[in-house]
Design a protein around this ligand. Structure first.
Ligand code: NAD
Length: 256
């Protein structure tokens, strides 16, 4: 059980981050949810997790595109035994047309934020004598697709940084790993299905199998619960010697 541990999950008011927060809470960890907004709904998510699992759950606003706010999130959390760097955005365009501001935002949120949160959290983990850094990379941390230059650069970057953090903590009871999801059924992806069905005049099943999951050999989405379960595993004693590596949850994508 992760009882008594505090987990900070960046970008966790929706999708994979929220799914991971739920599974960590179900495993007994106190959780800190985060995004750049500060709405009643954001705080209600934390209430719901606390109410259903019995752990302490809080929502802390911090913009992961700003280094000082990344560090402030960890300070405000007060404890950070488990750090899940999940916040991320995407933009798709050929490199010669890729807007500079989009490039900067993707590198800041998908890569730089993990540098700042990790730098702030490691001293706390060392003091506590235990720690887990789990970076949510992507199949695009290991392989590429056209038009995703910033995203692929950031995700390869975070895989590299994960290895360095693992080496710097190798002789301590701290591990650092990256999870590399393929296509995951988040609300964001779900919302694209009806439009794509119209666009291609295809059934829901055909859109999923032939358009969305073209590169995912299993022809099934990974779920946020499966990502959460993988994260809980990396926090377990069984995973104490797993460090500096990647775990793909991609239905065989990177085996191709
Ligand atoms: P999502 O859009 O549902 O979640 C992204 C989260 O990041 C949201 O909670 C959002 O509020 C937050 N966020 C965005 N900008 C932020 C900022 N400036 N500061 C703080 N929080 C911010 O998408 P998701 O699919 O759940 O993605 C989560 C992570 O998983 C991302 O790093 C993404 O690259 C990665 N990923 C997703 C998939 C997929 O198929 N969905 C596949 C591989 C990797």
């Amino acid at each position: 059980s992760l009882k008594g541990k505090t987990a900070v999950v960046t970008g966790s008011n929706s999708g994979i981050g929220l799914g991971i927060a739920w599974e960590l809470a179900r495993a007994g960890a106190d959780v800190v949810l985060n995004s750049f907004t500060d709405t009643d709904e954001d705080h209600a998510l934390a209430q719901k997790i606390a109410g259903e699992t019995g752990v302490t759950a809080r929502y802390i606003k911090a913009d992961m595109s700003k280094g000082d706010e990344c560090r402030a999130l960890i300070e405000q959390a007060g404890a950070c035994d488990i750090l899940v760097n999940n916040a991320g955005i995407q933009h798709v365009a050929p490199i010669n047309e890729f807007p500079s501001d989009k490039w900067d935002a993707i590198i800041a949120i998908n890569l730089n934020s993990a540098f700042h949160t990790t730098a702030a959290a490691l001293p706390m983990m060392r003091k506590a004598g235990w720690g887990r850094v789990v970076n949510i990379a992507s199949a695009h941390g290991l392989t590429a697709s056209p038009y995703k230059s910033a995203y692929v650069a950031a995700k390869h970057g975070i895989v590299g940084m994960t290895k360095v953090v693992a080496l710097e903590t190798a002789q301590e009871p701290i591990t650092a790993n990256a999870i590399c999801p393929g296509y995951v059924l988040t609300p964001l992806v779900e919302a694209q299905i009806p439009d794509t069905m119209k666009e291609y005049d295809m059934s829901r099943e055909d859109v999923i199998k032939n358009i969305m999951l073209q590169r995912q050999p299993s022809k099934e989405f990974a779920t946020v619960e499966q990502l959460g379960g993988t994260c809980v595993f990396l926090c377990s004693d069984a995973a104490a010697q797993i460090t500096g590596t990647t775990i793909s949850v991609d239905g065989g994508w990177t085996a191709l």
